[in-house]
Ligand binder design. Structure first.
Ligand code: T4K
Length: 381
């Protein structure tokens, strides 16, 4: 939260403000026994019992075979690139949170931005091949808003050119396609359990991988490269999830289905009530069989009486903090904009979307009264 938001938060009564999201928290008393166990055992971190239980429980819940917990999604992305020894150039989307491209720069890798599909707002497979050079070693697409990428088309290109695929799946907790969990696609997929995500452990993240050997390498990398007390096999990092976060995650898993059901209901109400509003497009489904409704993005088109930015401001004037995820494009930030692939003419679809996008508040505790206020502001424009 930035300082301005924080100041506004102090100034106005708490029950009037509506943020783009609000973390789903279990009743506090349910967490006390977990804390008691940590206090009793004094195991705070380094792969303790809660860490182990949470990894197993998550694999079962998500329907994946191998998963390594992390302290947050960004360190998980950094480590995923190290795990596959990715170098050179990586093809990615400009339409994401900055952490996606930052993870490449931190590894000394050059991001190559490719435009997105106008319907899904995910990396457009039809444009990937033209961006491949002899230096390209991998593709890093994002399942933006939890909407699955065209995983088959991307895998086909990767197989043809012998490229790795690492999905930034920060938004895609629990999402399933016809073939099962979307997280099983690619060489690796990376989740975020940040406070603002569908499923949170305060801060947290995970890498999903396809085999035990890769999981072992990732586990070494997230613990400084240690294999045992005296053996270090890589220049690893400290990416371990602590026992308190893992314990909280275990408890959160008991409540996630309820949270997802509430999100689905709100998503349905928005779609129904915004269907006939001129110039407003609700970003459609993208082939998900089970969705997680992590965001509610709308496009404010030229037919709408007011612009996206005017609507954003109007919401703020009414203490509603809708967010422009993702504006600006990553490729427009000063550290990226001189890259050849960041040229505006290379990314027209992403650019148009970033100028029209607005994510409406969506979280399990959003009430019908709040929904009325939000929809009213859009309909009255
Ligand atoms: N890849 C992608 C595609 C991502 O979207 C992200 C993170 C990552 C990678 C990296 O994963 P992590 O390393 O974060 O695990 C937020 C989040 O900080 C960020 O995690 C997220 N993406 C991004 C899309 O959104 P901000 O700057 O918009 O957050 P902030 O603090 O303005 O929060 C938004 C609203 O949420 C607040 O107005 C109120 C509410 N809120 C927030 C926090 C932090 C709460 O009610 N409680 C809280 O504790 O970036």
């Amino acid at each position: 939260m930035n300082a301005v938001t924080l100041l506004r938060a102090i100034e106005s009564p708490i029950d009037e403000r509506i943020y783009v999201t609000q973390p789903h928290l279990p009743p506090l008393e349910e967490f006390i026994p977990y804390l008691q166990q940590i206090w009793d055992t004094k195991v705070l971190t380094n792969g303790g019992p809660f860490h182990q239980q949470f990894e197993a429980a998550l694999c079962k819940y998500l329907g994946v075979k191998h998963l390594a917990l992390f302290t947050n999604g960004t360190v998980a992305l950094l480590t995923a690139l190290q795990a596959l020894r990715v170098t050179g150039e990586v093809i990615t989307t400009p339409y994401s949170f900055v952490a996606t491209a930052h993870s490449l720069l931190w590894n000394g890798i050059k991001p190559v931005f490719v435009d997105v599909d106008p319907h899904t707002l995910n990396l457009d497979p039809a444009k990937i091949e033209a961006a491949i050079t002899p230096q390209t070693t991998a593709i890093m697409p994002v399942h933006c808003y939890g909407k699955p990428c065209d995983v088959d088309a991307i895998q086909k290109i990767a197989d043809n050119y012998n490229l790795k695929v690492i999905y930034d799946a920060a938004h895609a907790f629990g999402v399933q396609t016809n073939t099962g969990s979307v997280l099983e696609h690619g060489d690796l997929a990376v989740l975020s359990f940040h406070a603002t995500k569908v499923f949170n452990t305060f801060e947290g993240g995970a890498i999903i991988c396809q085999d035990a050997r890769t999981k072992e390498r990732i586990d070494h990398l997230k613990n400084f490269g240690f294999v045992d007390e005296v053996t270090v096999v890589a220049s690893g990092i400290n990416g371990k999830m602590s026992e308190i976060n893992a314990a909280f995650g275990l408890l959160q898993l008991q409540h996630i289905d309820d949270a997802l059901a509430r999100r689905a209901r709100i998503d349905g109400i928005y779609r129904e009530r915004l269907r006939d509003v001129r110039g407003i497009t609700c970003v459609p489904k993208a082939g998900e069989k089970v969705a997680n409704h992590s965001y509610f993005p709308i496009l404010v088109g030229p037919d709408h009486p007011i612009s996206r930015d005017a609507m954003y401001q109007k919401f703020r004037d009414h203490d509603i903090y809708a967010r422009r995820y993702f504006y600006p494009l990553i490729s427009d930030f000063p550290i990226y904009r001189n890259l050849p692939s960041a040229r505006p003419e290379n990314l027209p679809v992403a650019r148009a979307a970033s100028q029209q996008i607005l994510c409406l508040p969506l979280f399990p505790a959003l009430t019908d009264d709040m929904l009325d206020r939000i929809v009213g502001i859009i309909s009255d424009a």
